[in-house]
Design a protein around this ligand. Structure first.
Ligand code: SAH
Ligand code: SF4
Ligand code: F3S
Length: 443
């Protein structure tokens, strides 16, 4: 059976789609372009209205394939599936499986049954009380020396704007032994760079599913796995980051000097109404401690602009935070009402054009900051983990692409080099592009 997967949303969705693909391949199914597929998976995100809409436009496009393939069927997974559920198949009869996060493990079997039984529809939307282990789907050939490892599911924070706790369920930590076993097996296959994944990794272990291991302990154990040369983790909530985690940046060489620490706003008043449980001062205190532990740390963040009631002054305070915290990069989003969350009832809503001006202003400031940081790296030398062939540009010399320890993309020329895939090589930075670096391999 030929299948095609569409993935929207965060790295957790990307990781789920990777597992689903490998599982279907293990059943003998074959990955194919959309115009040849007979089965589709759409793995959805509902964090803002725009990604939610993408599901409906994708289903519209899939419907066009019905002419070619009247028997085709589609599975809808992820956060919109959890939110909208079986209602989807009233509107789209070819949707025959809906599955939420806790249904991922059973989805491949359900798809196999649906393929055999033409009238069958399956819904896998129940939340489970504990983290559901999945079969270690046999990996194919190693396609990247970097890998993502889930350490938990769900979130208990209920930030007032956020739908994630409703669609991903309560926090459930994965057993530390299972996390470590996965890291060891990845390392044996040649993976060198591991990112531990969860909506709120710093509260790992603090739920019923926890096995007594805290996040700082887990981090140390993963960093000690033979062959894992780089460890990262995401996402961190500022209110939960423990002093031991901050200290680890200074103590463990293979904890990468980079942290994504979503701040959302630079105004205490907005932060309070977002239910974030920290102030700007507390946040900047964490930033200072991180820089003391690891002076070269690269910090990135998330911002929401136009939260209900955000004044011009609140927004100015957010702008001021970029230089104060020294963010190297950020994702910024226009506030979007989500069904059922507390902020949906908060007033006044900010008009769309003001929200988009604010977004433009914030992004312009952030881009300028990122440029100056990247420019400052020209002529420095960075160890780069090579992920694959790079852009050739004007030269014919072989080019490669990889990342430095901070997570920056580096393209570089490597004349007369053997296959560098998966190796860490020293690259001299020669040029800063908009969001990436160019360089030359050192002999
Ligand atoms: N668990 C992570 C990320 C959650 S979603 C965390 O706590 O940081 C990723 C980002 O989407 C959030 O950090 C936030 O900036 C943004 N986001 C979430 N809900 C949103 C909404 N309703 N409107 C706009 N942006 C939102
Ligand atoms: Fe959403 Fe807040 Fe949980 Fe992040 S911590 S997923 S923003 S509720
Ligand atoms: Fe989106 Fe769900 Fe991730 S809402 S951001 S795919 S947790």
């Amino acid at each position: 059976m030929k299948f095609h997967v569409f993935t929207f949303g965060c790295q957790m969705n990307a990781a789920d789609s990777g597992w689903l693909t490998r599982s279907l391949e293990n059943m003998g199914w074959e990955k194919a372009p959309a115009d040849q597929a007979k089965a589709f998976i759409v793995n959805t995100c509902s964090v803002r209205e725009k990604p939610e809409q993408k599901l409906y436009s994708e289903l519209g496009r899939i419907a066009e394939h019905l002419e070619r393939e009247p028997g085709l069927f589609c599975a809808v997974g992820g956060c919109v599936a959890q939110q909208v559920g079986a209602k989807l198949w009233n509107r789209f009869p070819f949707v025959r499986l809906v599955f939420g996060t806790d249904g991922v493990a059973q989805a491949p079997q359900a798809m196999a049954r649906i393929a055999r039984e033409p009238r069958l529809r399956v819904s896998l939307l129940d939340f489970s009380d504990s983290y559901i282990e999945r079969d270690a789907a046999l990996p194919g050939p190693l396609d990247s020396p970097r890998a993502f490892v889930n350490i938990m599911q769900g979130c208990d924070n209920f930030c007032t704007y956020c739908i994630v706790p409703y669609v991903r369920g309560r926090q459930k930590s994965r057993a530390s032994e299972a996390v470590l076993a996965e890291c060891r097996s990845l390392a044996e296959r040649g993976v060198k760079d591991v990112t531990l994944l969860g909506q709120n990794v710093n509260s790992y272990g603090r739920d019923k599913g926890g096995d007594g291991t805290s996040f700082p302990q887990l981090l140390r154990a993963v960093a000690a796995v033979d062959g894992i040369e780089r460890v990262r983790f995401t996402t961190s909530h500022p209110k939960d980051i423990a002093p031991e985690v901050v200290a680890a940046f200074g103590e463990l060489e293979n904890i990468c000097p980079t942290l994504h620490l979503p701040v959302q706003s630079g105004s205490d008043d907005v932060l309070r109404r977002m239910g974030r449980n920290y102030t700007v001062e507390k946040y900047l205190g964490i930033v200072d401690a991180l820089r003391r532990a690891r002076p070269d740390i690269s910090l990135t963040t998330d911002f929401i602009v136009g939260f209900p009631g955000e004044t011009e002054e609140d927004f100015k305070a957010t702008l001021e935070l970029i230089p104060r915290a020294g963010f190297e990069g950020s994702f910024s989003f226009i506030y979007s009402d989500r069904p059922g969350v507390a902020a949906a009832k908060m007033e006044p809503k900010i008009p769309a054009e003001i929200k988009s001006w604010r977004l433009d202003e914030l992004q312009a400031l952030q881009n300028a900051r990122q440029q100056s940081i990247l420019q400052g790296l020209v002529s420095s030398v960075a160890p780069v983990l090579v992920e694959g062939p790079g852009k050739r540009r004007d030269s014919d010399a072989p080019a490669w692409r990889g990342r430095d320890a901070h997570g920056r993309t580096v393209n570089f020329l490597a004349p007369a080099s053997p296959d560098l895939f998966g190796r860490i090589v020293n690259v001299r930075v020669t040029e800063a592009k908009k969001h990436s670096l160019w360089g030359e391999i050192l002999p």
